[in-house]
Design a protein around this ligand. Structure first.
Ligand code: ZN
Length: 357
């Protein structure tokens, strides 16, 4: 029989926080395991009228939620709700609609706060090592051994990911809402399996790790990807974070990719802001506003020279100029010999290698 009460009714009756901008699934503080309202592990699904905490397992339907918060006996919850909502329990004819076979729907976790992500990612990277071929690769780009260590680049684990997750849990780290982590088929937390590559942290202006990128060893296109557990049980989608290498200065270079930013910063000493790509500018505006508040008044864009010929890149570049104008920061463009694809290649090959030679 069609239920006349919805989860949304129960939420408003209990005075629990509602969803932002019409979302059907969102998170609130879990009454069982979240010690403060900043942690939001309890997922409310208004479409399916269910709730679930991937951290402690507290879950159920709207009557369970009502019973828990109101203290009413679970068996009397529906009746009590009908009374409170002043609804007649009309004898709605049972609509024997073609019921879809019940399949366990994948529920994803909304992303958790940057402090939690930073703590979890740091602990994860601490457990990983950097393979020698990856270290060679980074050294060949102009990074020093100290820098490589300081930035926290590591080799993506290709086995034992569930064990890594278990160790992190036993250290009290939160995995729910951290892109890359999810519940596997056995109901254990795990970390996504990707092909081999270098993990590159993307950091906010305070040096906190927003997310991880992977530079795939053998990929001709989309060589850099975000670590994400989208589409997996309790997994979390990655976002297009920006990355800041260096402290805010009057002039900041804007390029694409956290690794490139780290390299340019090391070679030139300039502060470099990176977007993931010229077509993924979701977090650029907030980053520019932050820089402007810190005294940055000029941006020099330094995107790969193929923007001159690649129409996809050209569109992204127009969007980029729009955002820069909107924030009200002056900007200019670095141009260099197009035989070097990126500014990092140019600076490294032309300026540094030639001096050493
Ligand atoms: Zn919980």
């Amino acid at each position: 029989m069609m239920e006349v009460i919805t989860m949304a009714d129960v939420i408003s009756l209990l005075g629990l926080p509602g969803p932002k901008d019409g979302r059907v699934t969102y998170n609130i503080q879990c009454p069982c395991c979240d010690e403060n309202p900043r942690k939001k592990h309890l997922n409310i699904n208004l479409e399916k009228d269910v709730f679930r905490c991937p951290r402690c397992g507290f879950s159920g339907g709207m009557f369970d939620l009502y019973a828990y918060y109101s203290g009413v006996d679970r068996r009397k919850a529906r009746e009590a709700l009908l009374a409170r909502l002043n609804i007649q329990d009309s004898e709605t004819p049972v609509t024997q609609m073609r019921r879809k076979p019940k399949q366990k729907a994948i529920v994803e976790c909304p992303i958790t706060d940057v402090d939690t992500r930073d703590e979890t990612y740091r602990a994860l990277l601490d457990k990983l090592s950097l393979a020698s071929d990856h270290k060679e690769n980074l050294l060949a780009r102009g990074l020093t051994e100290d820098e490589i260590k300081r930035h926290g680049y590591k080799t993506m684990p290709v086995a034992g990911n569930a064990i890594l997750a278990k160790q992190l849990l036993s250290e009290g780290k939160y995995l729910a809402g951290v892109p890359g982590f999810y519940h596997d088929r056995d109901g254990r937390w795990s970390f996504v399996h990707e092909k081999r590559g270098i993990l590159i942290p993307a950091r906010d202006p305070n040096g906190k790790i927003q997310g991880l990128q992977i530079r795939m060893d053998n990929a001709s296109k989309r060589k850099f990807r975000w670590i994400s557990s989208i589409g997996k049980q309790d997994g979390t989608k990655a976002e297009c974070w920006t990355h800041l290498a260096g402290k805010p200065q009057r002039t900041v270079i804007l390029t694409e990719g956290p690794l490139k930013a780290d390299i340019i910063h090391q070679l030139t000493g300039d502060t470099v802001l990176a977007v993931p790509g010229v077509n993924s500018l979701n977090h650029l505006e907030e980053s520019l506003i932050h820089l402007k508040e810190q005294g940055t008044c000029h941006i020099m864009t330094a995107f790969d020279m193929d923007y001159l010929t690649n129409p996809n890149v050209e569109n992204g570049y127009a969007r980029l100029q729009e955002v820069l104008s909107k924030v009200g920061i002056q900007y200019g463009t670095y141009l260099w010999d197009p035989q070097y694809k990126g500014l990092d290649d140019y600076v490294w090959q032309y300026c540094f290698q030639s001096i050493r030679r």
